[in-house]
Design a protein around this ligand. Structure first.
Ligand SMILES: CC/C=C\C/C=C\C=C\C(=O)SCCNC(=O)CCNC(=O)[C@H](O)C(C)(C)COP(=O)(O)OP(=O)(O)OC[C@H]1O[C@@H](n2cnc3c(N)ncnc32)[C@H](O)[C@@H]1OP(=O)(O)O
Ligand code: NDP
Length: 349
């Protein structure tokens, strides 16, 4: 055994500290190099990526996974289907043969998405305006859907609102705006459709899109964390209660996937993206198409035995943040040699 002096021990902690500091400096440099507006253009034009070299082992497969026609004669209702992940899920379900109904507040956005997707897939996509915070609006939206397509086979509760904000700066209305969309909105849609499906003795698959911090909680997005946790409790409860009516309930917890809606409100300057990717073991963000394939599987007949499931879909980010010693990924081989020598040279307690 080689004895290690206090000086060496100091070097090791110094090295660890400098590793952490240099990362912070690097992050600062990034935000100085690219001013917020410039960065914004780059990020949403997809011109910039922080993906790590090892992400090459985890290259995304963005083609459609299920066999063609898997959703023939099915109707899918997707809240927030006009943008981001909702749009990606609508695209995949439509490509697989579903007739889709997308609903949110901005009718023009929905109509544009509906036209684009249906012209690509040849299947009908209907746009219905609906603010999910208003139970009467939800009821009217379902009336409209029944006229257009009949009751759905698949319901995806995807609509959400979110912004980062220290909780001491949050107004009561700020809290309400998020929890009303996420928890009440999901509940209103689920109860309205659930009751009508039960009356009509029709089975269905319900899917909710939550987030990894629904489980852990997270500072600075407290209304979202609280509401998403509520959505998970709602879905797990109904999985137990409404199986007898032919209803399945599943949940996907995505990690970060670049969409304008999420990133503009959660990382407006682009400062956090690099550190986010640094802690994701697969070294990159998720892709909307990857989430859409998982959603299509969970909502399909191939998953008819899945209910009450909570699927974390985050490239490993959650476990990476949870493990107390995971920061040791940053220790180099030479530093490991020193650390091992120090540990082995310790005698007694
Ligand atoms: C980087 C990604 C990594 C991980 C992602 C993990 C999870 C992601 C979860 C998501 O949900 S991402 C999806 C995000 N998408 C959206 O948020 C789209 C829809 N959002 C909106 O429409 C708005 O942002 C909204 C949520 C604020 C709702 O809009 P609305 O017009 O209804 O609200 P108001 O503008 O009237 O505001 C209501 C209330 O909130 C206060 N408020 C608004 N923004 C902020 C803010 N940034 N900070 C503090 N407070 C805010 C606003 O002042 C109002 O309160 P008062 O009346 O002033 O008291
Ligand atoms: N992207 C990511 O990294 C992650 C996203 N998620 C979840 O994925 C889902 C989709 O998010 P994403 O695609 O990124 O973001 P978007 O902002 O693109 O999607 C949110 C959608 O919700 C709709 N919406 C908001 N408020 C209401 C309302 N009151 N009534 C009806 N619809 C409403 C919006 O449409 P409109 O404005 O027209 O109403 C919009 O289409 C959300 O549930 C989000 O929490 C979870 C983890 C990570």
């Amino acid at each position: 055994m080689v004895p290690v002096s206090v000086g060496q021990a100091g070097n090791v902690s110094g090295l660890l500290l400098s590793l952490i500091l240099s990362e912070q400096v690097q992050n600062r440099t990034d935000s100085v190099d690219f001013g917020p507006s410039q960065l914004w253009c780059h990020r949403f034009a997809g011109l910039r990526s922080y993906a790590t070299p090892h992400s090459q082992f985890f290259a995304p497969s963005e083609g459609i996974m299920l066999p063609a026609g898997s959703y023939n004669n099915k109707v899918a209702f997707i809240t927030g289907g006009g943008t981001g992940l909702g749009r990606a899920m609508t695209g995949v379900l439509s490509q697989l043969g579903a007739q889709c109904v997308i609903a949110s507040r901005k009718l023009e956005v929905l109509q544009q998405t509906a036209t684009e997707i249906s012209s690509q897939t040849g299947n009908k996509v209907h746009a219905v305006q609906c603010d999910v915070r208003d139970p009467q609006a939800v009821s009217r939206c379902v009336d409209q859907m029944v006229e257009l397509t009949g009751l759905p086979d698949v319901i995806i509760n995807n609509a959400a609102g979110n912004f980062i904000c220290p909780s001491e700066r949050l107004s009561a209305n700020g809290w309400k705006s998020i929890t009303d969309i996420v928890l009440n909105g999901t509940a209103f849609v689920t109860l309205e459709l659930g009751k009508r499906l039960i009356q009509n003795q029709k089975g269905a698959s319900f899917l909710a899109i939550t987030t990894i911090y629904a489980e852990s909680g997270s500072g600075f997005v407290v209304p979202s964390a609280s509401a998403k946790a509520g959505v998970e409790a709602l879905y797990k409860s109904l999985a137990a209660e409404w199986g007898r009516y032919g209803h399945r309930f599943n949940i996907i917890q995505p990690g970060p996937i670049r969409t304008k809606g999420a990133f503009s409100r959660l990382d407006p300057t682009g400062t956090f993206e690099k550190s986010m990717i640094g802690r994701i073991p697969t070294g990159r963000l998720g892709k909307p198409a990857e989430l859409a394939n998982l959603a299509a599987y969970l909502s399909s007949d191939y998953a008819s035995w899945m209910s009450g499931a909570v699927i974390r879909f985050d490239g490993g980010e959650y476990v990476s943040m949870a493990g107390e010693f995971n920061e040791l990924r940053k220790v180099t081989d030479d530093q490991w040699k020193m650390l091992e020598t120090m540990i082995r040279s310790t005698k007694g307690s």
